[in-house]
Design a protein around this ligand. Sequence first.
Ligand code: FRU
Length: 505
Amino acid sequence: MLLGLSVLSNITQADQPRPVYHFTPRAGWINDPTGLVEVAGTYHLFYQYYDGGWQLKDGRFRSPIEWGPMHWGHATSTDLVHWHQMPVALSPDRKVGSSEVEGMIFSGSAVVDRGNTSGFGSRAHPPMVAVYTLADTFGPGSGQRQAVAYSKDNGTTWTKYAGNPVLPYNNTETFRDPQVFWFGGKSKWAMVISCGDRVCFYNSPDLTHWTRVGEFGKAEVGIGVPWECPDLFPLQVTRNGKTEKKWVLVVSVQHGAPSGSFGNRYFVGDFDGATFTNSAPASDARWLDYGSDYYAARTWIPAQANLKQRISIGWMANWTYARTLPATTYRGSMTVPRELSLRYDGAGYYLAQRPAPGVLRTLSSRKASIKIDDAHRSKSITTSTVAELDVDFAVTNRSGRFEIDLFKTGTQYVSIAYDVPKAEISVDRRNYNGHRFETDSGQQTAHVTPRDGHLKAQVLLDRNSIELFVGDGKITVTDLIYPRNDRVQTAVISTTPRETRGVLQ
Ligand code: FRU
């Protein structure tokens, strides 16, 4: 068994080669990670889940590997690599005497109610409380309302609160994905929730009574409405030698991200429990990832306050084509968990990302280092499709283009290239021997400058994906790739303007 990961034990022969260190469900469909909460060193990952057997309002039964009446699936991990599959946490209600859904369980969040403010447990045995959206559909008549459930056995079994909904349907199409957290500054619970073309803030003393206190995004929204899956968390940052605390607001946008469609935008600013003040001009868009397959990212609420870093995870897909990804028994995977830290570079605040340490430990025996400079114009190495490539582009000239071709078969490959004059890194999956994605945006680029003549990049391969971390992680690019063969030739090429492209075997 590759890397000895237990997550592989449920593979059937007919499946696509399953990622080894990325989370996939045993069977069924997944999308957003949700309810991310760490309890005493255990990371709980809930996720949007469906595996068949439910009838939607239109009367149709969806296939088990299609998006359908949403549940919350559940898995736990102590190292963010090996996942233990838990029983489904929350299922929709059914109409009495029918298989028709009464309210799907959309995305939301989970917290440990240490002070037992909700009264669902006790101070000695604090309950875990989930706050999520109940939805009948998307768009007009969506019926999107907020509900609460609690668990007294650490997330294994759940009881729906009898007083649901805690925030009723308000006739708006989009009112969903509440992210709830304890706001120490006011000794209250705070909620950030998508209200369509903005996010809204609510406060509560007890997780069941909520008051609207503010909103953000009217000026910033511009692209990508409705926003979905907001997250809001504090991080510390050093600016001009001084340490300060800032709040990071992440939203999932449906159009206009660097992928051309779905992506995650973030803002850095101040938050007082009710008002978020953006530190940057409204038009300054920052992106968590520049690839096609990074969406609905959220962060784990840490067990103990930790302002140095925050761990995030995203759904590794894009709604544009998620429903047609090659699949047999399951469809969908998560990105690797990533450590986020906040930095300041003179031009503004930004998030730096790196793979969670457990991921890198897992890959330590599958690591290849590649240096590309003008002297080594061309060489090739062969790796499996489960690997970490550490790349050093030694940029000595002001001209030229450095390129690595991955998943290479014949004349087809996926390229990662650095264009020196343009200072652009790109991933291009338009010409490889594998699954065709229903999108034209097969090439992503991001601006990045070398430091002291080097541009370092870390490439994580896991059978059907590439996650690229550039420099200090300010730029990441995540793309799904479904190659036809499981062994890849990784050809390394460095070209200057005088040379023609070619591959040495
Ligand atoms: C984002 C999203 C959420 C919603 C969920 C439904 O991918 O549309 O807004 O809660 O998926 O599955």
